[in-house]
Structure formats: structure tokens, C-alpha cells
Design a protein around this ligand. Structure first.
Ligand code: AMP
Ligand code: ZN
Ligand code: FE
Ligand code: FE
Length: 288
């Protein structure tokens, strides 16, 4: 059994449509894949409709969160929610607020670049996204590639868009404890995404992971393309000590990132446990 529990589609900042994503998953020899777009469940229906025979789909999302660092600042955190009720009021209201926040922030980044003479038009950029889509830096990065400013998405991040870079602007993300409660209230299973991927901000430290475990966190993504071997080992030990599930996933973004679907995988027993924990959400894993 090969299971990949973290992948993005065109419903957020991936380049495969949800239908293409599930087809790619089957072609990659996966038995199960999770669709986890940033701050939206808009891709779920298309993925279910297009599900290839025998492939299991875990519907989910990746929530943009923030945790106070105790010194007046915040640590950016990504939280995966699996198999939650997408119509729960707590979920829909907060995801709508975040998508709005994402648009405002991406527009501000594009405006700052336009002011400095770069050939990006904030109106064209935002009009080119699907209505209500969660706008993200990869969209601006692709616009910069199209305009010939850079030759790749990676170069756009490196020169302009990385956290702390010259055109980076932050966002009012949701407090991570609120998101854990939201996902739980909607019957889903919260798992901490890539805690050691420091490209997305400072590391998520063990003390904070322990606090989140006490708040209802169910698991930790230990295997992720941006984690070193030592980081994976450390996260495994920590998860075991805290009684958390251990997952592995590629965080596939299609052509926007150099990782393959199925590059990292999760044990079947862990997926079984996730499904058990979500048994009452009304959103089961489905097999095509
Ligand atoms: P945002 O949600 O707008 O803050 O953008 C974050 C997204 O950009 C995440 O999905 C990351 O996977 C992606 N990202 C961050 N750094 C890079 C990079 N250097 N190259 C390509 N994608 C990146
Ligand atoms: Zn992304
Ligand atoms: Fe992430
Ligand atoms: Fe992701």
C-alpha cells in the first residue's frame, strides 16, 4: 500500500486540476492520496467525480495558521485537516476570511512590485485566478515567469518572494489552536504539516508541538521532502513520546515544485487510524 497524504491542485496553488491529480496518483502507483489545498475544499467534488478505480481519496485541506511565540511575534504553521465536514459553519466562515486575506495580501505584494517597475498587473493577476480561489505566492511567481522577469518559480521565491524577502508581505492567519478546535468540531483529524520545513518560517519547536498535542492535535508529518534525516528522526521520537500519529507526504504542487506525487508515504495503519478518528464526520474516505 502506497499512501500520500498531502497534495495540492489548481483549487489552490498546484498545477494539476483535481481530476488530473487523482489520475497522476493512480499512474504513480499510489493506493491512496489526500487532496489538501490551502484554505479551501473547492477541489473535493471534482476529485471524487474523477476518482480512478481502486484509488482511495482522503478529502482534506491545509490551513494557514499562526502560533504566538510568546514574545509578541508569531510562528507560521500549516495544519492539515482530514475528513472534516466542509459545511460546518466554523470551517466555511474562517476559510472565507482567509481566502479574502490571501487576495488582499497577494495584491499588496504585486502592487509593491509594480510600483518598483516590475511588469506585473495586480488586477490581471487576481482576475486570472478562479473566483474565490486561495491566492498564493506561487501565483505571483508564475506571473513573474510569464513576464520573463525570472526563469522559474524557485528563482521568483529566491529573489523576491521568500519569507523575509524584498516583496514578502505577511498575512493574518488563524491561531493554530483555533484551527485544531475547528477541525475537531467538524469531525476531522488535525495533523501538523512539515514542522521542520524552515523555508515556510521558523521551525515549529518541540514544546509547541507538545502544547498542540494537548489541544487535540492527532499527528505530525515527519516525512516531508524538506525534512532532513535527523529532523525526521527527531519528529518521530517526539510524536511517539506524545502519542501522535506519524505521517509522510510529498506536498506535491505539480509543476510549481520539484517533488513527485508519492515521493513520501504514510503507513496504512496510520491512515486506518485517521479514518477511525473521523468516523463521525460524515465525510468518509472514498474509493473509486
Ligand atoms: P503563500 O501561501 O502565499 O504564503 O505561499 C506559500 C506557498 O509557496 C507554499 O505552498 C509553498 O509550498 C510555496 N513555496 C514556498 N517557497 C517556495 C519556493 N522556494 N519555491 C516554490 N514554492 C515555494
Ligand atoms: Zn502551496
Ligand atoms: Fe505547507
Ligand atoms: Fe502544502
Amino acid at each position: 500500500m502506497r499512501i500520500d497524504l498531502h497534495a495540492h491542485s489548481t483549487a489552490s496553488d498546484g498545477t494539476d486540476t483535481p481530476a488530473e491529480l487523482v489520475a497522476t496518483a493512480a499512474a504513480s502507483g499510489l493506493n491512496a492520496v489526500a487532496l489538501t489545498d490551502h484554505d479551501t475544499t473547492a477541489g473535493w467534488a471534482e476529485a471524487v467525480d474523477a476518482l480512478p478505480a481502486g484509488l482511495r481519496l482522503i478529502r482534506g485541506a491545509e490551513f494557514s495558521c499562526i502560533a504566538s511565540d510568546g514574545r509578541g511575534g508569531g510562528v507560521s504553521i500549516h495544519l492539515l485537516g482530514y475528513l472534516f465536514d466542509p459545511d460546518a459553519e466554523v470551517i466555511t466562515a474562517e476559510q472565507a476570511r482567509l481566502r479574502d486575506e490571501r487576495r488582499t495580501r497577494l495584491r499588496a505584494m504585486a502592487e509593491r512590485m509594480a510600483t518598483d517597475g516590475f511588469p506585473v498587473d495586480p488586477d490581471v493577476l487576481l482576475a486570472g485566478l478562479p473566483p474565490d480561489a486561495p491566492a498564493g505566492r506561487p501565483h505571483l511567481a508564475r506571473a513573474l515567469v510569464s513576464a520573463g522577469v525570472v526563469s522559474s518559480v524557485a528563482e521568483a521565491f529566491h529573489r523576491f518572494l521568500n519569507t523575509g524577502g524584498p516583496y514578502y508581505i505577511g498575512r493574518a492567519d488563524t491561531d493554530v489552536r483555533t484551527v485544531i478546535r475547528m477541525v475537531r468540531a467538524a469531525g476531522g483529524v488535525p495533523v501538523l504539516a512539515h514542522p521542520a520545513a524552515d523555508r515556510c518560517g521558523p521551525l515549529v519547536l518541540p514544546d509547541l508541538i507538545a502544547e498542540l498535542a494537548a489541544e487535540g492535535l492527532a499527528g505530525v508529518e515527519a516525512d516531508h521532502p524538506e525534512h532532513t534525516g535527523d529532523e525526521r528522526d527527531g519528529l518521530r521520537d517526539l510524536a511517539t513520546a506524545l502519542g501522535l500519529l506519524i505521517t509522510g507526504s510529498s506536498d506535491y504542487h505539480g509543476a510549481n515544485k520539484a517533488v513527485l506525487l508519492g515521493q513520501e508515504t504514510t503507513d496504512p495503519e496510520v491512515l486506518e487510524r485517521i479514518e477511525e478518528l473521523a468516523a463521525r464526520s460524515g465525510v468518509p474516505a472514498v474509493t473509486g
